[in-house]
Design a protein around this ligand. Structure first.
Ligand SMILES: C[S@@+](CC[C@H](N)C(=O)[O-])C[C@H]1O[C@@H](n2cnc3c(N)ncnc32)[C@H](O)[C@@H]1O
Length: 152
């Protein structure tokens, strides 16, 4: 079992790809990430949000625990994130993490989410969110394993 990331946008851009590769190679199951990259909609704001969100929803399986990244969500400390993920993994639940497009995601997708997670109240570009997420998954893995990467 791996962790699925569903993200709107093309392949990782070069300015984040090195960082994602750096942390990805240290991730072990079930923290390792399987990326599902969906194309940006060519439509206008609301229509783009609706189309992209419908495509994201189509990729989700009913049994998956869905974590939606959104700056208006819940702030979690890294140990709290690690504990949250570990609870899912310990119960054999698959985790899917969603990164929206330029206009965010629909209410339907918000309702499907089991957790809406804010990295900060600042808005980040979605490519940068990919990198922060990958590092935080590595940090969570190390916290759960009791290793010394995380110092607080
Ligand atoms: C450019 S942002 C879109 C922001 C837009 N204001 C919205 O309506 O959601 C693209 C995606 O990156 C993610 N994102 C950006 N900043 C974030 C943050 N601080 N915390 C969590 N996710 C964030 C979200 O998944 C968002 O849908």
């Amino acid at each position: 079992m791996s962790t699925t990331v569903v993200a709107v946008g093309k392949k990782h851009e070069s300015w984040v790809a090195d960082g994602i590769a750096r942390y990805s190679k240290r991730l072990r199951k079930p923290y390792d990430l399987t990326w599902r990259l969906l194309p940006h909609s060519a439509k206008d704001h609301d229509a783009a949000r609706a189309e992209e969100s419908a495509k994201i929803l189509q990729t989700l399986k009913p049994h998956q625990h869905v974590i939606l990244l959104d700056e208006r969500g819940t702030n979690l400390s890294s140990p709290a994130l690690a504990a949250h993920l570990q609870r899912q993994y310990d119960s054999g639940t698959e985790v899917a993490i969603i990164i929206g497009g330029a206009y965010g995601v629909s209410q339907d997708l918000h309702h499907r989410a089991n957790l809406t997670w804010s990295l900060s109240s600042l808005v980040f570009p979605h490519q940068l969110v990919r990198l922060i997420l990958t590092e935080q998954l590595y940090r969570a893995q190390e916290i759960s394993a009791g290793r010394s990467y995380h110092h607080v």
